[in-house]
Structures are given as C-alpha cells and as structure tokens.
Write a protein that binds this ligand. Sequence first.
Ligand SMILES: [Zn+2]
Length: 388
Amino acid sequence: MSTERLYYSDSYLTRFRATVRHRSEDGRRVVLDRTAFYPTSGGQPFDTGRLGGRAVTDVVDDGETIVHLLDAPLLEDEVDGIVDWSRRLDHMRQHTGQHLLSAVLAELYGHQTVSVHFGAEYATLDLDAPELTPDQLREAERRANAVVMENRPVSVTFEDAATAAGLRKASDRSGTLRVVTIADLDRSACGGTHVRATGEIGPILIRGAERVKKQVRLEFRCGLRAIGRARRDLELLSGMAAAASAGIDEVGALFEKQRVELAGAVSERRRLEETLHGYRAGELYHQAAPDAAGRRTIVLRDPPGGAEALRGIAQAMTSLGNVLFVGTTATPPTIVVAASADAGVDAGQRLKPLLAGVGGRGGGSARIAQGTAPSMDQLDSVVAALRG
Ligand SMILES: [Zn+2]
C-alpha cells in the first residue's frame, strides 16, 4: 500500500487528516495512507511539523511509502498533520528559484545544471561549464530576477514520459512524469515542491562561484535568505567603511591603496633593518679585539629584534674580515653562527655536532648556520665550545 503524496498536487497544503497504515514497535516510525510531509529527496530537505501532536523529526522516502520519524510514540489510528509552513515555503522558494536560475543559465550560455544541493544557509548548483565570468554571473542574476518580477505562472502537469517534450533535461524515467513548468521559460521533470508564480520566489542572489573539478558551483539564495545575506554583507562593508572613516563606495579603492602602501612599507622596513644590521655588525666588530692570529670572536646575547635580528647581524658579519660571530636568544633557546671566509671555520660543520651533543639540532652553510637546544644551559655549553 503506497502513501498518497498530497504535496504532488498541492504544495500549499499544510493541514491534513490521515490514517496510520503502519507503525514501528516503539511507535515513533509511522507510515500513513496520505501525507503532505515532503521527504528528503532531489536535494530538497524534508518538512518538519507535527503529526498527532508529536514533532516530526525526519521524513524518509521509502519508495512506495513515506516514513515519518517522531519525537514521541504515536498511538492513534487517525491523525492530524501540520506542516511547518515557514520552513516549507522557504524550501519552495529556493527550489523554484533553482529551476529558474538553471533555466536562465541554459538559455543564456547553454550551461546545464548537473546537480543541486539545498542547505540550511544557502543552496548550490553545479554547472557543466569550465568557468563563468563575473559579467556572465551578473547577467544571469539580472535575467533571473527580471523573470521573478514578471510573476510568471509555475504549473505542475502529469505527462507521459514517452511524449513529454521540451524538457530542459531528459528524464530517464518511464510512465508518468511530473513536469514543473515556468511559463515560456522552463519545463523540468521534478517531484519537489514549488511556488505557483515566480514572484513568490522573491529576490535571487548569486553570492559565489567556485570551480569544483571541471565544473562551476554557484551559491545562491532566494527570498528572505537573499535579503538576510545582503543585509549582513552590507553591515560588514559598513563596519569596514566606518573603521576607515570612509563611505562604503570608497572602501574598495581605499583597501587597494592601503594594500599597496603596506607592501611598500614592509619592503622599506626590510631595507632599513638590513642597513641597521649592517651598522650593528660593524659596531660590534670594531668593539671586539682581535686575538694573536688576528681573528675576532664576537658573542651577542638576546639583541632587540630576537632571532630575526640575529640572522641579519650574522649575515652582515660574513662580509667582514676574519671574524667568528655567535649569537643567541633565550626563548626559544636559539643560536646563530657566522664565519667570514678567511676565519678558517665552517659554521655549519662546527655547529651541527655541538648541538647534536646536547640533544639539539641545527646546521647550515660554511658561512652561516643556526639551530636550537633544549635549554639555555645546554646552549651556553655550545657557545663556550665555539669560543674555544
Ligand atoms: Zn523542482
């Protein structure tokens, strides 16, 4: 015994009376002779509402029958069902909006919709297109909303699959097809719920396009979802504008200007730091006394600027004459070693075994090397060994 699907002929029906045909032992899975509850299918989520006073928590299409899952056992044999209308209407808007958008994309660019998904926040449709330009996206949205405002009738007919003509996407079903038609635009075989005129869809907002494999996935919202999202976007933009003491139309140019300025400032800072490290290296070099062999050994601990500054100073040291530089920072225990070409020391080869000996790790080139040790005490023993 199959369940009569009342939503097939009237998607505006929210109240109905039905007879229980089957119930599970715990009374929480119920099959009726007829139902207005839409089960999850074709990408459209199930309806919620109440059945005999119990909350409907899921509706499953079981082929011939529709199974209602309830939050509490249902014992009566005759029940009243009430479908949550705001959720259903929202789904009807997203779903009819998807038909319209898919039809417009096929009409304008020949792109076919290969799959759709209706989420709690937004819906997506996947197009068999390698890309969609921003101009195409704008035009599709404009055209879709124009059709919305023309308030074209959306009708449902039952037709023989063998003779149903002009479908946007050929159906692989046989027998009777349920065909949803947007006047002078689209005919699609579909078992979902739809509004009766395009005006009821409300505004359609395409809010994103991303490439997924060799397809384009469009994110869209219809009706109050479109308004709600546009409102949040506007608030976000207004907040950015207020923070910059600018008008929202200026935010784009302002952001670009600041991006360029920031990139310039970062590169200028890098240049200045390099210069500063050079001066600092020169100063340390001239303060250090050469040993009998003419070599200067310089130890520097925790300079302002941390490990970044150490590396800069070490780099500058490599171009000075006959010098071994050892720098450390405490957190985390880090060491940088630099040796000028004429110092007769290979920084990397010298440092690596010393660090390994205290359970640390590191290495580098003959001129410059760096590493870390588990503690400062262990790092100090490495510094002492390097000083010789
Ligand atoms: Zn549909």
